[in-house]
Design a protein around this ligand. Structure first.
Ligand SMILES: O=C(C1CCC1)N1C[C@@H]2C[C@H]3C[C@@H](O)[C@@H](O)[C@]2(C1)O3
Length: 130
């Protein structure tokens, strides 16, 4: 009903704000756009489900997420994909993995500090009711 749409509207505002703050962080520049398949032809052979911060934003606007956990499942793909495609000991891979870990930890910490537990529970109830 209308109150549920008010809750989901507020969830979208929170997720947009979170995602935009990550996009502004210079450490996370490599995660802001999809990996360029022309530049990296084997990327889609290695990575089944590409993800990036701009795609998260589009998903939010398309009302894909009813709970924070659904958003985090997609957001985690950015971190998992980066670790999987860039596993080597060389400095470039290590920089990418370090930034991917920082992205994940930053996201988790912002959510833990800034998202009300009762609000999350209401979103879960809406998800279970649909
Ligand atoms: O995994 C990624 C992105 C970094 C986080 C997401 N890429 C795969 C390629 C390997 C590495 C060096 C460049 O070849 C550049 O194209 C990529 C982009 O970085």
């Amino acid at each position: 009903e209308e109150q549920e749409e008010d809750v989901l509207r507020e969830l979208r505002l929170f997720l947009r704000n979170l995602t935009e703050r990550l996009m502004l962080d210079r450490r996370f520049k490599a995660f802001t756009k999809p990996v360029d398949i022309e530049e990296v032809p084997d990327y889609l052979i290695v990575i089944q489900k590409p993800m990036d911060l701009s795609t998260l934003l589009s998903n939010i606007d398309e009302h894909k997420y009813v709970t924070v956990n659904e958003f985090m499942s997609d957001a985690y793909l950015i971190w998992q994909n980066a670790l999987e495609y860039n596993p080597d000991r060389d400095p470039e891979d290590r920089h990418i993995r370090h930034r991917a870990c920082a992205l994940k930890d930053t996201m988790r910490t912002i959510i833990r500090h800034e998202l009300d537990k009762d609000f999350q529970r209401v979103c879960e109830e809406i998800r279970e009711s649909r």
